[in-house]
Design a protein around this ligand. Structure first.
Ligand code: ADP
Length: 425
């Protein structure tokens, strides 16, 4: 029987879950990320689990229901503290879902106080006097005011959160944070006496987050972006150690699947091809009708190259080319067909003996993970900020996999990834 979990996390989207898991590993915790709420107990002994939901923009009552289901499972695994993770730009609509989910978790945990802060100074997200900055500008001047699903037009998080909550929302200001854990705990007592149930917390540096961490010891629920995670493992007596990120030794053939069309991925594909490594282009216009043929062609091609090193199968294209495809196939149909084809190729490559797989693209990752039958990922060493190697058990055996969201990673990411994995202790 594995030891009870220290930290149980609920993330409102998939790549956000990986981001949090990565921060926890770097702070010394052994972490598994699950895709959705598992229907079985944990198989490995870890310190934290991050349950990845897709609840950011669904209806609030559905987001609440899924989050409560995740909570129930985490509690059944003995989780000592719960962490609700949302985006570092506080992505939410006027209805939620950050507020409603936070309040529902508080009620289920029978707790009358929690914090809320998306601060993640390493990524330029800072909160001061309750206002969220993205780099040097306020949230509502950062481009996020134009987001298609969650336009953020107010940078004052106390106001934003209050509009989503029935409970009273207050501010735990920087003056207090700068004084350390004792002062923070005192201020929490004061805020509670004033009837505040959720306090937005200022933090402008990692030092602030490290001062906040000890004050959160024993708090049943923490709600935050991934930044706050760096200060929590110390509360459980854990310190940063490379041991937390050790995965089983990698073996098997190497491949890259790329369905991301973001600028960074375009550069990564170009650099991989320039280095002389083999690459196979999936042209979405050829996918109409019998896309299975193209999948078979790609796999037959890969079979001829895999023995001599990593191969790349990609649909990555420039914005103009994507636009041309979308105007012929339709935006959704193009995306879906490419995802299905790349996911089938990923599954076929694993059948051919690929056991080290890089996947580029958030949606592409979702489709590949599903096709591979992966539902739990053990988080390993970081390749680039926000992108760790992971290890999964698939019906075909052990698999090392990394899921890179669009704009992450340096230009040499595709080759660097395999070097990072081979160098782990
Ligand atoms: P990112 O993380 O960069 O946003 P995603 O995988 O989330 O990458 O999204 C890329 C989307 O574009 C996917 O739906 C994918 O299927 C689609 N796509 C990939 N290549 C092409 C292409 N050449 N033309 C049109 N759509 C494409």
């Amino acid at each position: 029987m594995p030891k009870p979990l220290l930290l149980g996390c609920i993330a409102d989207d998939f790549t956000g879950a990986t981001d949090l898991a990565n921060n926890l590993v770097r702070a010394g915790m052994r972490v598994v990320q699950t895709i959705g709420v598992p229907n079985a107990p944990l198989s490995a002994e870890v310190d934290a689990v991050v349950v990845a939901l897709k609840s950011r923009t669904i209806a609030p009552q559905e987001a609440v229901a899924q989050s409560l289901q995740a909570l129930e499972w985490l509690q059944s695994q003995g989780a000592q503290q719960i962490y609700f993770k949302y985006c570092s730009t506080f992505d939410s609509t006027a209805q939620g879902n950050i507020g409603p989910v936070s309040e529902a978790l508080m009620q289920a945990l029978e707790t009358d106080f929690t914090i809320a802060t998306p601060a993640f100074p390493d990524n330029g997200r800072t909160v001061f006097k309750g206002y969220l900055f993205v780099g040097d500008v306020l949230l509502n001047e950062s481009g996020m005011q134009h987001h298609p699903l969650t336009p953020m037009t107010d940078a004052n998080l106390v106001r934003v959160m209050q509009a989503q909550c029935k409970s009273k929302v207050g501010l735990l200001g920087h003056k207090t944070i700068a004084q350390g854990a004792l002062a923070i705990q005192q201020e929490i007592t004061n805020l509670k006496q004033q009837g505040v149930r959720i306090a937005v917390v200022d933090a402008v540096s990692n030092d602030d987050l490290m001062r906040l961490g000890p004050a959160l010891k024993g708090m049943p629920l923490v709600t935050a972006g991934s930044g706050v995670a760096i200060g929590l493992p110390q509360n459980f007596g854990l310190l940063p150690t490379p041991q937390a990120s050790v995965l089983p030794t990698a073996s098997g053939l190497q491949a890259i699947i790329s369905g991301s069309c973001s600028q960074a991925t375009n550069r990564q594909v170009a650099q991989f091809k320039d280095s002389g490594r083999p690459a196979f282009l999936i042209n979405p216009l050829q996918l109409k009708g019998s896309w299975q043929d193209l999948v078979q062609d790609a796999l037959a091609w890969a079979q001829g190259h895999l023995a001599s090193g990593p191969v790349l199968v990609y649909s990555t294209a420039t914005p103009e080319s994507v636009h041309a495809v979308q105007s012929q196939l339709g935006v959704e149909a193009a995306g879906h067909q490419v995802e299905q084809a790349l996911a089938a190729i990923a599954a076929g490559l694993v059948q051919l003996g690929v056991a080290q797989l890089v996947v580029a693209g958030g949606e592409t990752s979702g489709a590949c993970v599903q096709a591979l039958g992966v539902d739990q990922l053990q988080i390993g060493p970081q390749i680039d900020p926000g992108v760790p190697w992971c290890h999964a058990h698939t019906p075909s055996g052990g698999l090392h996999i990394t899921l890179k969201s669009g704009n992450f990673g340096t230009d040499d990411f595709f080759t660097k990834a395999f070097t990072t994995l081979s160098q782990q202790p």
